[in-house]
Design a protein around this ligand. Structure first.
Ligand code: GN1
Ligand code: MG
Length: 354
């Protein structure tokens, strides 16, 4: 069998095949294991066994230090969605009957069942995919409106607190620990030029016109799986950041990820355009999925959410670049600056679109 030993960020060597054996899959070896996806945070593997396929993930402890709390949210949300008849991720417990396994190096791992005959959208979506994905996120939010108390844990406090993200950006700019600010002047000016947008959603939440709800908080197009047969959405995935927040951020992330014609790190900006038809489908699908839950102010801010979230994301990429890339995985120096440049270009297009 091929060796899949991998090094974690601290240099600890782990063998995911051995980790997989800690879970109650009911599957004896052999295991076919391959890296999966393009997440910026966790490490993900597809594991093929005689008892079916599974998704094994190492939870990035630098970003999610409290795996128990994260998995508590995960279990509560998936149990509730399942009780409403919504297809969701199926957690496979460890042999000890708990929701994650901690390896000898201290990293937390979890396992979910792979959903057969599903795939994520590759490249820009079709209008139908955009509609279905947005509807699925709306349905997700609607069904979580009556999740029993207590309030979900805030896994990353202030995750979409954009005014606080701005302060983080300003602090990184001021400190400029890697002397990178001079090489990023245009991007810095573009982020600062739109800083007035930062408080809009936060203020609306503070005054109560935009309610706190359970938001997905990473509602990218990539985070839904489509049924390969019907083309409909089979499942909303990547539940790490499901926590209290505003679903305007979810809609904004959808626009940011689905209405752009290129990936968020595309460096040829001529390829980054905005597809208005997709925005229309996203809006229609999201409204339909949400049903009656949205307030008047949420509806009013919906068309602006794409701009707000794209600005916030550009600011986050640029902050990480200025800090020396401690947060997002990068493949080369300058990757985060390229991402920020891409998102700022997208932002201009979204602003022009209205
Ligand atoms: C991160 O790893 P991934 O792709 O699921 C990030 C999101 C960003 C996104 C940018 C916990 O998500 O907030 O929108 O990158 N997740 C976290 O594509 O920071
Ligand atoms: Mg994510």
């Amino acid at each position: 069998m091929k060796s899949h030993r991998v090094k974690d960020p601290r240099g600890q060597v782990t063998n995911p095949v051995e980790i997989l054996a800690q879970f109650a899959t009911g599957a004896p070896p052999p295991v076919q294991l391959s890296p999966l996806g393009s997440g910026h945070i966790n490490d993900t593997y597809l594991a093929g066994t005689d008892a079916g396929c599974f998704i094994l993930q190492r939870i990035n402890g630098a970003i999610f230090p409290d795996a128990a709390t994260l998995m508590d949210n995960f279990s509560r949300v998936t149990t509730h969605l399942r009780s409403k008849g919504v297809t969701t991720l199926e957690l496979i417990p460890t042999l000890d009957g708990v929701s994650f396994h901690r390896d000898t190096g201290g990293d937390a791992w979890r396992l979910v069942r792979h959903l057969e005959n599903t795939r994520s959208a590759t490249g820009p979506p079709t209008p139908q995919q955009a509609h279905c994905a947005a509807e699925a996120y709306g349905v997700f939010a609607r069904h979580l409106c009556d999740l029993p108390q207590p309030r979900l844990h805030e896994i990353i406090p202030g995750f979409h607190d954009t005014p606080r993200r701005l302060l983080d950006f300003l602090a990184a700019l001021e400190a400029d620990p890697e002397n990178r600010a001079d090489g990023a002047r245009d991007e810095i000016d573009a982020v600062l030029g739109n800083r007035d947008w930062c408080p809009v959603i936060a203020e609306a939440m503070a005054e109560g016109s935009v309610p706190e709800r359970i938001a997905h908080n990473d509602a990218k197009l990539d985070n839904v799986l489509f049924d390969t047969g019907t083309g409909k959405v089979a499942c909303v995935i990547d539940l790490d950041t499901v926590m209290p927040g505003s679903i305007l951020h979810d809609f904004g992330d959808l626009v940011r990820s689905a209405a752009a014609t290129a990936a968020e790190d595309e460096t040829d900006l001529n390829r980054v355009a905005v597809d208005q038809r997709i925005i229309d489908c996203l809006t229609e699908g999201f409204l339909r999925g949400c049903g009656e839950i949205l307030t008047a102010r949420e509806r009013e801010l919906l068309p602006l959410a794409g701009k707000f979230v794209t600005h916030e994301q550009a600011m986050r990429f640029l902050t990480d670049y200025l800090r020396g890339d401690p947060y997002y995985k990068i493949t080369h120096t300058g990757h985060n600056l390229e991402r920020a440049r891409n998102q700022l270009h997208l932002l201009e297009l979204l602003a022009d679109a209205g």
